[in-house]
Ligand binder design. Sequence first.
Ligand code: MFK
Ligand code: FAD
Length: 502
Amino acid sequence: IGSFFQERPVLKNPFLEDALLRGYMRRHLPQEAASSDLHAFGERVANEVDVWGRECEVNPPRLVQFDPWGHRVDHIVTSPAWKRMKDLSAQEGLVAIGYERSFGEWSRVYQMSKLYIFSPSSGLYTCPLAMTDGAAKVIQSRGVSWPVDEAYSRLTTRQPKHFWTSGQWMTERQGGSDVGSGTETVAVPQTDGSYKLHGFKWFTSATDADMTLTLARVQDRTGATTAGSRGLSLFYAEVSRDEDGRLTGIEVQRLKDKLGTRQMPTAELLLDGLPAHRLSEKGRGVASIADMLTITRIHNSISAAAAMRRVVQLARDYATRRTAFGKLLKDHPLHIQTLARMEVETRGAFLLVMDVCRLLGREESGVATRHDAHLLRLLTPVAKLYTGKQAVAVVSEGLESFGGQGYIEDTGLPGLLRDAQVLSIWEGTTNVLSLDVLRCVARSSGMVLQAYFTHAKSLLAGASGVSRLAPAVKSVDLALSQLEVFVQVAATRAPGYLELAA
Ligand code: MFK
Ligand code: FAD
């Protein structure tokens, strides 16, 4: 059997190991309270939480539809580790930090840095946290009052016993991208001003949530509804059980059998009279849930950058432990070149996503300029679509750097690749987000692009000493001057010209 056993790669404190993250925090948020919290949390992730994440993977959720006597119960049974993730998330303020705003405009950067450290060890608990954050944001933007004041306090608390997570039930069988045409769920008005929802939600993740935001069409007195996006309204519903233990107005049809993200339940739900409250004006459902999409897409980008960082970190460590052709992998220039390319991709992703978080923080603290607002609108889908693709490529390359062991399930490495694959699908596929970018360029009459090029120019100006960047500065200048002409011409030409051009 031989006497050689390869040392495994070791996960060290992901904050201390990440020179770019530490440098970024030193530069932008040098407060001791933030860095010591990130340091301590990194220690916890490496020594305690990472094991729970593995437990979530090997002990995935299951659905118990009936009790032994045939009563419908629809219990989604989750692992103890999954439940611990919920308590930890509250204690560590993984949603709360974004709303406490103790670090002013840098609070989002701080919150997202914690999530970045947590994500690859979280057993996908970052999914419910993303939706929880998105729901809190929608409620906050619309005003915290009845019937969602209690929910808001629960979504943003640090008290584990009080903490709630939220779902985001948008996708139906006819269309997840095109929710405007694809949504069949109807909302039947009740005499007390509330509604009952009837329909079928085809994908609902982290379905053990305490509440949800969802879309439905309000029926008029004749039972008719308005088709398309203009017929959709936004609803708030709590997930509760009656005295017999049955879910109120919901049947869990089945759990999805997925390529990855197996740690968390994703269910098909029949809504059969689910009590709900309308949060938006009638017909403003898509525009009202857009705040949630912004937040969850930023979380998605953070998870993508974090997956890349994790695989690079482990690959670097492994390169100091594995020998081939008489020397450690770290001493093979070609192997180091491969790791260096992964590192460059990871750094680019991190800096892009952190810039989006910075802009979000500025907007929420009321210090954002119009220019910042344009950039946030443009860069949110760009970062999501770009990092989603990068994560799959970098994590795949990362697996190869462990040789055959990268393909072996119980190393935990293949799960990183499976989980990365979803990042470009949910929360808007790559093509759908590309179209979102074009629409926002057109609707802002090109202003978002102007903001982008101006921003790029100022970043490049900071590096003007680097002569290799001179062509880039020149092309940004050219793009900016062409864009200015384009916007001026478009403003004087037929309406819709920009939309067509985009
Ligand atoms: C691990 C971390 C991540 C965890 C993830 C959590 C689990 C996964 C959960 C999900 O996957 S939830 C489902 C996510 N579904 C999507 O992302 C849907 C993808 N499809 C789109 O995004 C479509 O572009 C969209 C449904 C929005 C198209 O619908 P419409 O009705 O054709 O949109 P339209 O006409 O462009 O916009 C309607 C209004 O919404 C406009 O406002 P106004 O009426 O005031 O002009 C738009 O400006 C506004 N809007 C649309 N997208 C927006 C937006 N506003 C801001 N940002 C956006 N992105
Ligand atoms: P479709 O919309 O049918 O898209 C199919 C293909 O067509 C895609 O490649 C897309 O890019 C392309 N396409 C569509 N429209 C265009 C166009 N106009 N131009 C060019 N190409 C286009 N949804 C929820 O609401 N809540 C959840 O909690 C949730 N959890 C999920 C968990 C997992 C693990 C997965 C895989 C999905 C989850 N989803 C959830 C659903 C997800 O958001 C949708 O699958 C996604 O938005 C795509 O919708 P679709 O599946 O209907 O694909």
